[in-house]
Ligand binder design. Sequence first.
Ligand SMILES: NC(=O)c1ccc[n+]([C@@H]2O[C@H](COP(=O)([O-])OP(=O)(O)OC[C@H]3O[C@@H](n4cnc5c(N)ncnc54)[C@H](OP(=O)(O)O)[C@@H]3O)[C@@H](O)[C@H]2O)c1
Length: 340
Amino acid sequence: MGYKVAVVGATGNVGREMLNILAEREFPVDELAALASRRSLGTEVSFGDATHKTQDLDTFDFTGWDIALFAIGSDATKKYAPKAAKAGCIVIDNSSLYRYDPDVPLVVPEVNPEAVEGYAKKNIIANPNCSTAQMVVALKPIHDRAKIKRVVVSTYQSVSGSGKEAMDELWNQTKAVYNPTDSVPPKVYPKQIAFNVIPHIDVFLEDGSTKEEWKMVAETKKIVDASIKVTATCVRVPVFVGHAESINIETEEHLDEDEARDILREAPGIMVIDKREDGGYVTPIECVGDYATFISRIRQDSTIDNGLNLWCVSDNLRKGAALNAVQIAETLGNRVLKKG
Ligand SMILES: NC(=O)c1ccc[n+]([C@@H]2O[C@H](COP(=O)([O-])OP(=O)(O)OC[C@H]3O[C@@H](n4cnc5c(N)ncnc54)[C@H](OP(=O)(O)O)[C@@H]3O)[C@@H](O)[C@H]2O)c1
């Protein structure tokens, strides 16, 4: 016996990946509902070899459904997630709406799988921001060995992190560069993204940082350890899929680069590709469709006593969203629901 699973936002970037990953990992699905807005009612989406027509989220009754994987924006989540949760369906949400709620666990299964057990207060579990998810997978084994004091991270985030319209904007602007009569003014982004980089993701906060940067700080504290100080600069780059991060880590205890490499090699969810030669590292285009968080360029930071630098790359639609959500469902199944 398996689960009745609803994928909410099934026509979106993350929702489609959720369907792929549920099928790939053979999650025990007894019945599947693909939900989206009324706009895309009847749109066909693939689930393994099967095709499902999307249903209207607004009229869907979650009674009797076990798990709903939500991948719609925060506004729509605010309206529909409580309805699903109240009907007894456990919501695993990809939006930022519930991430900082003390009654909602924020889970990366390689890091804090035990936290899923706190789902029952609201019947909701939150999935972190894409840039946080891959970073904490890399930080956790280092923290366990040498206690991290401070992290300085700069991100290089792909446009798929802003949804399907953003991917179209990069595509159309890129074509327009070669055909200037088809000028495509920025709509999703504040400036042209094609052949450019934009140091601005989500809204500005009073202290001059952006909400995306704040999310990396707050989420790392909630998932790994509240004592870790994080400072982030989040940058959008003209890449379709795959986020990269340059991470500088200061630890309390000394950890040399060889031991760090060995620890990361053994850690769950991580693939170390770190050859000090041309091409001996992973770039975003190479991580697309993969489950792993790839770590390269592991080296000592000689400007401080206990410092390391590394390069971290992952598929943001997978580890940054859909894969992590399905892993949460698996963890919930193994630890709590125990069906299937
Ligand atoms: N992309 C990432 O890397 C990433 C990472 C972490 C978290 N997230 C979060 O995941 C969510 C989805 O992101 P995405 O990239 O998949 O966006 P997307 O490609 O733009 O897709 C949005 C999905 O939400 C549905 N939707 C929007 N408003 C709705 C409403 N009022 N009622 C029902 N369905 C509605 C859309 O359905 P229609 O087709 O019917 O409009 C579509 O299926 C967002 O909250 C995002 O912040 C994304």
